[in-house]
Design a protein around this ligand. Structure first.
Ligand code: RAM
Length: 399
């Protein structure tokens, strides 16, 4: 009861905060998220920026306590979840991936799945090879579907083809593979939108000129590579960014220690560095600590988990990160769960134009599968959302 009250207050506070204008170019990524961060049994708090957000939305998939929400739109729900649904995250030990997994599990539980119908298999390393081992094991277990956050754009192709040939439905989330080897990609937000938000943050925080560096995840990660390529395109196509110089793209492999070391190396190598942009939650958290502990004048932005970045977000010299972006990883995992069930049931094939409702994600409104710039099919969860001193405290409670 107490949690529910807190949840409603949190909703109201966040809605008010967002309506008060925390970045006009960004919007909430989510309808709902699990309050109390990673606890799958926690009471759900609506985290929607939409002004329609109400206490009714506390029947979140992330609460682990609700049934599938009936569609009010006429678009098909995903149907019954009678199969075995697998998730293969990018790596173990990354809180972002754990939240993604909790969203996946809770959505399936909300659809009535028992524990043995839900498989989350973390690879031993953040590599394609480790994911191939996991995928092969899932094929031999005879799962109905595999949702994978890929560590490489094409290295999983053969293993995923083997899965499809065995009748397993394949979708991707977070980080895609070649379109021929999956039915659809559950994309957290448009690649261009994310890249634009990051490039504009670098521009803004640097004052429009000077040196910046990127601290990425692994060098093969499809998602980070796509965002970085799009950032470069944006920077090259508009003279507004002409006075910004990209010194280096460093790779921390989504490992805290390596990301720390890479941050340190950037500081040593580039004495005139002004901004580090880290489009990975692991990288940004590691860099934030290095910069803040050293009272560095170098500033940070990128994609971070509010719960990990709370102490680093601030406008003054004592904080390393003025603001950053992300989306709701719990909802992303939930979207992949609904997509998996819809694929297995034939509610969707993954083709452009297919529609389905995913519980109360997207306010219960249907998702329509769209075409990305590579003419591949994807489902967009939402838009990158900005976290700054005005809202970081509240969001740190959510994920
Ligand atoms: C890291 C992972 C993940 C990415 C986020 C922003 O946790 O690399 O793939 O989406 O950062």
């Amino acid at each position: 009861m107490k949690k529910q009250v807190v949840s409603v207050l949190l909703t109201a506070a966040m809605t008010a905060g967002m309506l008060a204008g925390c970045g006009s170019s960004t919007a909430s990524t989510s309808k709902s998220a699990s309050a109390g961060s990673s606890s799958s049994s926690s009471t759900a708090a609506s985290s929607s920026a939409a002004s329609t957000s109400t206490a009714a939305s506390s029947n979140s998939v992330a609460s682990g306590s609700t049934e599938a929400v009936a569609s009010t739109s006429g678009a098909a729900g995903v149907g019954e979840a009678t199969g075995k649904y697998a998730l293969v995250p990018k790596s173990a030990g990354n809180p972002f991936n754990e939240r993604e997994a909790s969203g996946f599990q809770d959505a399936l539980k909300a659809l009535g799945c028992s524990d043995d119908q839900i498989i989350v298999s973390y690879p031993d390393n953040p590599t394609a090879d480790s994911q191939i081992t996991v995928i092969q094991s899932l094929i031999s277990q005879g799962v109905s579907s595999i949702a994978v956050a890929a560590n490489d754009a094409s290295a999983l192709d053969a293993a995923l083809k083997q899965a499809s040939d065995a009748g397993i439905k394949v979708c991707t989330l977070d980080s895609d593979v070649d379109a021929d080897y999956r039915s659809v990609f559950c994309n957290q937000a448009g690649v261009k939108e994310i890249a634009q938000a990051l490039m504009d943050a670098v521009y803004d925080i640097s004052g429009g000129s000077g040196e910046y560096a990127i601290l990425s995840a692994t060098s093969q990660a499809t998602n980070q590579n796509a965002w970085i390529a799009a950032m470069k395109e944006i920077a090259e196509s508009d003279s507004k960014y002409a006075d910004l110089k990209l010194d280096e793209i460093a790779y921390g492999d989504d490992e805290a220690q390596k990301s720390t070391d890479q941050t340190q190396a950037l500081l040593t190598k580039y004495p005139d560095l002004k901004v580090i942009c880290s489009p990975t939650t692991v990288g940004i958290a590691a860099a934030a600590k290095v910069l803040q502990d050293q009272k560095s004048s170098v500033k940070l932005t990128g994609l971070g988990l509010p719960s990990e970045m709370k102490e680093y977000i601030g406008d003054d010299d004592s904080h390393s990160c003025p603001y950053m972006f992300l989306w709701n990883p719990i909802d992303l995992g939930a979207l992949a769960a609904y997509t998996s069930v819809a694929l297995v049931n034939g509610t969707i094939t993954g083709a452009v134009g297919d529609t389905f409702t995913a519980g109360d994600l997207n306010d219960g409104n249907p998702y329509t599968i769209t075409e990305n710039s590579d003419k591949a099919s994807e489902i967009i969860l939402g838009q990158p959302f900005k976290f700054d001193p005005s809202n970081i405290e509240e969001w740190a409670e959510v994920y």
